[in-house]
Write a protein that binds this ligand. Structure first.
Ligand code: C5P
Length: 225
């Protein structure tokens, strides 16, 4: 069974997706981490981020693995580097590349084939897994999302300001939503959850309940399965 979770930056997708996966005994696929790993490789190689030919060649040459919470690029652990603000900013350009998207979509489908997986990103319910059994789109008020992101960055020792986080987030969301290829939109059959006033526990509980409902299990049966 495939569950997709899409939505804008900072809506709480990753944290919620990991917890939902754990509660259901599913695996978790962070597709944003794949775009970030390609971004690291492109910046290191000094490639012009608009040069589609060079990006196509680059992405063919990469090996990206996601063991547990780690991200390996050609065997090297880049889990910390992919979260740096300059990688975050450049990732929206990389994500607009048709060559990169085509390759990553293929990988994502191959990874998930025949498995129970929670797949998180921007286009999982629309493009990558249009037949997914259960689709969610998480949104939240932009200021609340920026506050959450700022808390995360501060916890990592980054001293950015609220205004910087908000502006970077708005720029990234606008690019993700407006691009020609696989724009960030809820799938027609996605459940849209506004998480602004919900706790993480509430969000996870609602998603898990919905999956159980679709699996034909009640909460009581599911807790014993
Ligand atoms: O989710 P995360 O913030 O890690 O994603 C980084 C960037 O990768 C996003 O801003 C978006 O441009 C891109 N992305 C995408 N499609 C996905 C996942 C991420 O375009 N499925």
């Amino acid at each position: 069974m495939i569950i997709t979770i899409d939505g804008p930056a900072g809506a709480g997708k990753s944290t919620a997706a990991k917890l939902v996966a754990r509660r259901l005994g599913f695996e978790f696929l962070d597709t944003g981490a794949m775009y970030r790993a390609v971004t690291v490789a492109a910046l290191r190689a000094g490639i012009d981020l608009q040069d589609q030919g060079a990006l196509a060649k680059l992405v063919e040459s990469l090996r990206i693995e996601l063991p547990g919470d780690r991200v390996l690029l050609n065997g090297e652990d880049v889990s910390v580097e992919i979260r740096a603000p300059q990688i975050t900013a450049a990732s929206a350009s990389i994500a607009g590349s048709p060559a990169v998207r085509q390759r990553l979509v293929e990988w994502q489908r191959r990874i998930a084939a025949g498995r129970d997986m929670v797949c998180e990103g921007r286009d999982q319910g629309t493009v990558v897994f249009p037949q997914a059994e259960c689709k969610f789109f998480l949104s939240a008020d932009p200021k609340e999302r920026a506050r959450r992101r700022l808390r995360e960055l501060k916890a990592r020792g980054d001293n950015t300001t609220f205004q910087e986080v908000l502006e970077a987030q708005e720029a990234r969301d606008a690019r993700d939503a407006a691009r020609d290829i696989a724009p960030m939109v809820p799938a027609a059959d996605a459940i849209v959850l506004d998480t602004t006033d919900l706790t993480l526990d509430d969000v996870v509980a609602r998603m898990v309940q919905e999956v159980w409902r679709r699996q034909g299990k009640s909460g009581e049966q599911a807790s014993h399965s």
